[in-house]
Design a binder for this molecule. Sequence first.
Ligand code: A2P
Length: 274
Amino acid sequence: MHTLRDGTPLPHVGFGTYPLRGEEGVTAITSALEVGYRYLDTAVNYDNEREVGEALRRSGLPREEVLVATKLPGRAHERASAIASVEQSLERLGLDRLDLVLVHWPNPSKGRYVEAVEALIECRERGLVRWVGTSNYTPAHLREVVAATGEAPVLNQVECHPLFPQADLLPVHEELGILTQAWSPLGKRQAQYDAAPVLAPAQRLGVSPAQVILRWHLQRGIMPLPKSGTPQRQRDNLDVLGVELTEQEVAAISALGREDGRLFDGDPETHEEM
Ligand code: A2P
């Protein structure tokens, strides 16, 4: 369903692990693997890389069957710190190699969002990670990265849900060959489960509003990373391949988008997260 620009296929839906922690977190992440997720999204700042590694081992799945992505925190953008951060992530996860490392936030006030990508490219050249990605990069940040390194990140993970559908970013990603991943794909506290454009197709198809929203992402070419601690919801969120929205239904959900639709003050131009 999704492919990186080198042709590597990715699962249609990945598993978001924030804020799953501790023994309960390990159980939830292990359950996600048992119900069929094959892509785990973590971050240094989620403070759960050990739990992700433990769940992978408990699942008994061969390492090569699961893609694992983590993220570099803002405090580690400088080249040497970035490389050290990736090495520490590997140690906490108990892995020899990560599939993806993303720069978590551009933190423009630090001005090192290009250097951080360059450091991850160096990690890739050293065999510590297979692909380099970004998160929350704006079109301007992405273009600076391309100008400096000659390559775009393979994917950019951004806030995306019906209230904030990222209509302007998608064509830039397409132009640069970047896959779009969605964080908070359901919209958390502001999930639009009761909005008519979501509810109507859910009733028509006999599926849940969450499944309609996840399917909306897929039909826009976006890989959603829903989090759920509940096995039944984990299953439902994965079980969306049989759901088919009409073009009009997709457009009606996108029309729920609002300028001020972000979940919190997560504008990458101003949000600083170290
Ligand atoms: P829970 O973990 O109890 O299932 P997002 O991925 O957009 O950040 O949303 C995560 C939130 O949505 C969590 O609170 C999660 O709760 C809830 N959630 C996940 N899947 C579903 C679903 N299928 N239906 C309703 N709520 C869901």
